[in-house]
Design a binder for this molecule. Structure first.
Ligand SMILES: [Zn+2]
Length: 83
């Protein structure tokens, strides 16, 4: 089961739980949260959360977070550092 991390859109209308972000375990049948279960503030999903679906961009993010650098090959022996 995927665990998603959510954070309040607006700190001013957030409780202690959603202000700093909270993890929510999803059942597969459950829709993504749009509101904090504690206070009802609007929340958004954080992209840093572990994801089950692996897209190319997700892989890049994970590599980046892990401290890897991505090099783009420009030509023979030439690489451009992308991050
Ligand atoms: Zn809240």
């Amino acid at each position: 089961m995927p665990i998603y991390e959510y954070q309040a859109n607006d700190d001013a209308h957030a409780c202690n739980r959603c202000k700093n972000g909270f993890e929510h375990l999803h059942r597969t049948t459950e829709a993504p949260l749009t509101q904090c279960p504690e206070c009802g503030a609007l929340v958004h999903k954080l992209i840093s959360a572990p994801s089950v679906g692996s897209s190319a961009s997700g892989l890049d993010d994970r590599a980046k977070n892990a401290g890897f650098h991505k090099l783009k090959k420009l030509g023979k022996g030439e690489y451009e550092k992308q991050y």
